[in-house]
Design a protein around this ligand. Structure first.
Ligand SMILES: Cc1ncc(COP(=O)(O)O)c(C=O)c1O
Length: 326
């Protein structure tokens, strides 16, 4: 139940751009997001390296989706699961992880170089226990291995080898890096493009090699980065596009009302990025992205009129669909 997700043809944006825009339905994984792939491989890696034995504890720092995936897999495999997360994340994700039996510990959101950053707290806690592993999704390359061994081959097979470009927003970088590494090993002409939200450094990093943060912050969850993770290091990335929250939200609501696909804002950002890429490469190309998680996971923000007004994003929702917010 991890991987082998459907590939969806996005009719509206394909017709508008003259490209074939396809998206992997990652919300169809057992834990409901693309991060189930990373979760499975992080646990497999810990088992292979004998860091985790029966009855052990998996500890992770996660903004949500990796924790949900880990919690599911820990139930299936007989491990305990402890999750540290920044206290800025959607309440739905915290509630779901608790319902799945994880011990969830929200901590103040502080930058990575602060010792109290959620990742460092997760590492210290795992160190303090016997038979426990900090799965370290950002810097364990077992994460990108999941995409080298599953997502990349699936995209190759499902497009019959016709894929020209992949474009993904990155959190850990696992999806983009692993997919790009696999596809380029088969056909070096395939392009891999990074889609970056507001407030992240990676757009400038890909364009200039410098870690300069873009202005603003983003309501998208799980994507955007302040550093180059080990998963992203050395991965072939050809170009980057920067996508505003306005365009990500606009596309999220278009996907729901025009294609019948209910997803979170990082998926909207991915499809908005695929449209940008289509304009860059011109008609006739096949562009693949992914729909990272379902919309219910961020319902309390994306579908909350007050929240969206406060973020000045209500105007990003196409007028005919605005009445759907409560
Ligand atoms: C909703 C969502 N979209 C996209 C991503 C990015 O995936 P990756 O970590 O493989 O870069 C994440 C990662 O946490 C996520 O939760």
């Amino acid at each position: 139940m991890v991987g082998n997700t459907p590939m969806i043809y996005l009719e509206k944006v394909s017709k508008e751009t003259g490209c074939t825009i396809l998206a992997k339905a990652e919300f169809a994984n057992c834990g409901g997001s693309v991060k189930d792939r990373a979760a499975l491989y992080l646990i497999k890696d810990a088992e292979e390296r004998q860091l985790l034995k029966p009855g052990g504890t998996v500890v992770e720092g996660t903004a949500g989706n990796t924790g949900i995936g880990l919690a599911h897999l820990c139930n299936a495999l007989g491990y305990k699961c402890v999750i540290y997360m920044p206290d800025t994340q959607s309440v739905e994700k915290i509630d779901l992880m608790r319902a799945l039996g994880a011990d969830v510990r929200p901590v103040p959101a502080v930058p990575y170089d602060d010792p109290n950053n959620y990742n460092h707290q997760a590492m210290r806690f795992a160190d303090s226990l016997d038979n426990a592993v900090w799965t370290n999704q950002f810097d364990s390359v077992a994460n990108r291995r999941a995409h080298i061994e599953t997502t990349g081959p699936e995209i190759w097979k499902q497009t019959g080898g016709t894929v020209d470009v992949v474009v993904f927003a990155t959190g850990t970088g696992g999806t983009l890096a692993g997919t790009s590494m696999f596809l380029k090993s088969i056909n070096p002409n395939i392009k891999a493009i990074l889609a970056d939200p507001q407030g992240s450094v990676l757009y400038n990093y890909v364009k200039t090699g410098e870690l300069i943060r873009r202005e603003g912050s983003s309501i998208t969850e799980g994507i955007g980065q302040g550093r180059v993770t080990a998963n992203l290091q050395g991965a072939p990335v050809d170009d980057a596009v920067s996508i505003s929250d306005f365009d990500a939200v606009n596309m999220t609501f278009r996907l729901l009302h025009e294609e019948g696909i209910y997803v979170g804002a990082s998926s909207g950002l991915n499809v908005a990025a695929a449209v940008e890429v289509a304009k860059m490469v011109g008609p006739g190309k096949t562009i693949v992205t992914c729909l990272c998680d379902g919309g219910q996971r961020s319902y309390s923000r994306l579908f909350n009129r007050k929240f969206m007004e406060e973020k000045d994003l209500l105007r990003a929702i196409p007028e005919p669909y605005r009445h759907t917010l409560s």
